[in-house]
Write a protein that binds this ligand. Structure first.
Ligand code: ADP
Ligand code: MG
Length: 822
């Protein structure tokens, strides 16, 4: 009485179970299974009998068959012949995996198993059965009525992981270092923050660090991510008096990091953000006369150099997150090194999370390295036993598996970009809804570059008791941001990387496998406050054989036009002699010079022209800057800066709610009436919004993201200010769409393509097959000649933001670039 009988478990079963020890039971089960499997395999028709198998059953069957064959036939020579192995893209989109690859996959699965498992092909089945038995026992024993049916609702698409290694911790057993228990009673928030500051690893090295800074002009600082480098060092320098005669500037490769870290430091110092502590990112300056600690993107410091070549308002420059090796950081290295030689009073700190310090030291004339130990708990590393065909699905499953199967603790998922994060957020929410109240609360927090700052703060809010937080992040969380409380990391193994072909001058953002160094950093994020686990959604084999050691520095895989323009305006004429830590490919430099010459920014001697000087004032890609500068001539600067602002906010203008896709698409098509092209459509969106007096209601009605529009408005205001600075008058010519189009062509003439017979396009200058992006208003129209804003490579090479052009414009506008064929 009082013990409900579970209908799924027959009483007889339970009794017979109890008769055996578990081991005996499993052994018997295994034998029985093997026999069954043998029967199944001998009779392949079983598969196609009346009974329809589910996809999962079918896969399971195939998998078992492969394992069985491996075990029974143990043909090692055959096995060794399969050398070919690829990252998950071996599965193409149609789901076709050829037999050989499938075999290689199962072989890998087999190789990856540890030996105990190898003896037993049913380990997975057993684990499940174990669990079922355990559950039944619990239920019958009525010890814990809450034993939930975790496996039950996940079994369908469960991912099998094996623990392969451990990322060792440092000092973790040292209890003295653990965060002290904090009694919040009677303490102000500021006191608490001060205590937290003292609990950071860097605090023990504060005095030594300050002494090293005093003794050396240039110092390389290396310390574990999360140890307090970014938030504490500027404060220590301030406390030690370095802000008396100048600012402390600290560069960050990412906007979000600059914003978030400065907010934290302002909080710790008890000041308002934008006063003593501020940040400066492109199109957003949150500093004032008072600002003494200034966080900024590396790109912004580069821009500041244009106005203040010796950085005279700074007493210290910290180039932070140096290991990221972004383009702007690399360029800054060469520039600040030079400035430090000319300004002995300037202190220069290069701070990095990884061990590449020797290289930094060598570059900066053997500057000493200040390395302090971090504090990290060990992290178990688990790999999948087979490659996952779809890392997004796998990531969702992994999160759910963690949520129902692992003790509480927050989860951090690394995804390539905003789109992937938004998709996963939506899908994950949907899956959770399906579970109703069966699982505890899961709080989903996205974080990526364009996320509005009020939402960014959410990732740092403490997780309520009994709930679990899942942070969906881009690479930003790899080293730039530290979120306390993360216990689990899910690493699909990809990030979005720029890649550039200097031969064609084409640049794409590609979802690319990460490097081993990245994988290690990601793993480390799980061990900040307690031991953790990292689930890698790839196999150990992938890790060891397919991943590069380090990510290639951005300077070697990007279009250099904008930095070359910046360097030229700094008066650096001989770029081949510039002090690069790792020089870019010389083709890429030459390509950049050629483009700037074609745009009229440089003359034949490679010197900056008046046009180039004006272009350099805009914090934009040189092609966009050219489009703006030339709008003076076509008397349509008013329209052009609206278009430039809209192009700068990226693709997130419309939203398409799942249940209202048709409405959303219709709303979008309204702006494309007359097939005006995407640029003009962007202009129409902006002007229509302006005509409603920037109404939020209007945005909602048209399925337009009001946040994106507000950002466009911000950017536009600043571009308007910059127009004034380069003495271009605001002029409007909204009826003459061709003038506007000609301006676009004057900036983007290297980005033109011509329609082919098969409906694809061929780029004009360096022939390559491309397509109009499906989201373009012209994707069904297919004009003969088009100019495009950018190429993105997803399943195909797509042109995004496309406008029709007349070929004769090319001869008129860029005669030095295009000539008529006889
Ligand atoms: P490092 O630069 O060495 O990687 P940080 O200085 O960024 O380390 O971080 C030190 C500590 O400050 C971390 O524990 C982190 O959680 C905390 N922290 C940083 N930014 C914020 C923020 N915006 N909100 C709350 N905590 C933060
Ligand atoms: Mg940092």
């Amino acid at each position: 009485e009082g013990v409900r009988r579970d209908s799924a478990v027959e009483k007889g079963d339970m009794e017979s179970l109890r008769k055996f020890s578990r081991q005996e039971y499993l052994k018997k089960r295994e034998q029985k299974k093997l026999e069954e499997l043998k029967d199944e395999l001998e009779d392949e028709e079983y598969l196609f009998g009346d009974e329809k198998l589910t996809e999962t059953e079918l896969n399971e069957f195939r998998y078992k068959k492969e394992i069985y064959e491996l075990l029974v036939n143990k043909s090692t020579q055959e096995a060794d012949n399969i050398g070919e192995y690829r990252m998950p893209d071996a599965y193409d989109q149609e789901g076709g995996v050829d037999q050989e690859k499938r075999f290689a996959v199962s072989l890998q699965r087999y190789r990856d198993m540890d030996s105990a498992e190898k003896m037993n092909p049913f380990a997975e089945q057993e684990a499940w059965e174990d669990h079922q038995i355990g559950k039944a026992t619990l239920k019958f024993g009525a010890k814990n009525k809450q034993a939930s049916d975790n496996y039950g609702f996940l079994f369908e698409d469960q991912i099998e992981f094996i623990k392969a290694s451990v990322l060792a911790g440092d000092n973790y057993e040292d209890e003295m270092h653990a965060k002290p228990y904090q009694d919040s009673t009677g303490k102000s928030a500021l006191d608490m923050l001060q205590e937290e500051r003292k609990s950071l690893p860097i605090y023990s090295y504060r005095d030594e660090l300050l002494k090293a800074v005093k003794d050396h002009q240039v110092l390389i600082i290396v310390g574990e991510t999360g140890s307090g480098k970014t938030t504490q060092i500027p404060q220590y320098l301030h406390e030690a008096g370095y802000t008396k005669h100048g600012k402390v500037g600290c560069t960050q490769p990412r906007r979000v990091a600059a914003m978030s870290v400065s907010a934290r430091v302002a909080q710790e110092m008890g000041v308002k953000l934008g006063h003593e502590v501020g940040y400066s990112i492109r199109f957003e300056d949150c500093t004032s006369e008072k600002t003494i600690l200034k966080y900024m993107t590396d790109g912004m410091l580069l821009r500041e150099l244009l106005g203040e070549p010796d950085l005279s308002s700074y007493s210290v420059i910290i180039v932070d997150e140096a290991h990221e090796r972004t383009l702007h950081t690399d360029i800054l290295f060469g520039l600040v090194k030079d400035i430090a030689r000319a300004r002995p009073d300037l202190k220069l700190l290069i701070s990095s999370a990884t061990m590449d310090a020797q290289k930094f030291s060598e570059f900066f004339d053997q500057a000493p390295i200040f390395m302090f130990p971090g504090r990290r708990y060990p992290v178990d590393i688990c790999y999948t036993t087979a490659p996952e065909a779809d890392y997004m699905d796998a990531a969702i499953t992994a999160v759910l598996q963690i949520h129902v199967g692992e003790p509480l603790g927050d989860v951090l998922v690394f995804l390539p970009g905003q789109e992937e994060i938004e998709t996963m957020e939506e899908n994950l929410k949907q899956r959770i809804r399906g579970f109703g109240t069966k699982i505890s609360e899961l709080i989903i927090c996205p974080i990526y570059g364009n996320l509005p700052s009020e939402l960014q703060a959410k990732i740092f809010e403490p997780t309520p008791e009994g709930a679990r937080k899942v942070v969906l992040a881009t690479n930003i969380a790899e080293t730039s941001l530290t979120i306390d409380g993360i216990k689990y990391v899910v690493d699909p193994g990809f990030s979005k990387l720029k890649s550039y072909n200097p031969r064609t001058g084409m640049e794409s953002l590609l979802v690319t496998p990460i490097s081993k160094a990245s994988a290690t950093q990601r793993t480390g994020r799980a061990g900040r406050t307690s031991p953790g686990k990292c689930f890698r959604l790839y196999t150990a084999y992938n890790y060891h054989n397919d991943l590069e050691e380090n990510t290639m520095p951005e300077i070697q895989r990007t279009n250099l036009a904008s930095v070359v323009l910046a360097l030229k305006s700094l008066g650096i004429n001989n770029l081949l002699n510039f002090d690069f830590m790792d020089p870019p490919p010389s083709e890429a430099l030459i390509k950049a010079l050629e483009l700037l010459f074609a745009l009229g920014a440089l003359n034949q001697l490679g010197e900056l022209t008046k046009v180039g000087r004006r272009m350099a004032e805009f914090p934009l890609d040189p092609m966009l800057s050219k489009m703006i500068v030339v709008s003076d001539k076509y008397k349509c600067s008013d329209e052009i800066i609206s278009i430039a602002a809209m192009l700068s906010i990226g693709p997130s203008i419309f939203y398409r709610p799942k249940d209202k896709k048709v409405h959303a698409d219709n709303a979008m098509m309204n702006f494309h009436v007359g097939n005006v092209g995407d640029h003009i459509a962007l202009l129409k969106i902006y002007t229509s919004w302006k005509e409603t007096n920037y109404s939020t209601q209007w945005c909602c009605e048209n399925y337009i993201q009001v946040r994106s529009m507000k950002r466009a408005r911000d950017i536009r205001d600043q571009l308007e200010g910059l127009l004034e600075r380069v003495e271009i008058e605001i002029s409007s010519n909204s009826n003459d769409l061709d003038s506007i189009r000609k301006c676009i062509v004057a900036g983007f003439f290297p980005h033109t393509a011509k329609l082919q017979k098969n409906g694809s396009y061929r780029t004009v200058k360096h022939p390559q097959t491309v397509h109009i992006h499906p989201a373009s208003g012209l994707s069904q129209v297919l004009p003969r000649w088009v100019v495009y804003h950018e190429l993105v490579l997803t399943s195909k090479e797509y042109m995004r933001q496309v406008t029709e052009l007349k070929p004769e414009w090319l001869i008129e506008i860029a005669p030095h670039y295009y000539q008529l064929k006889d």
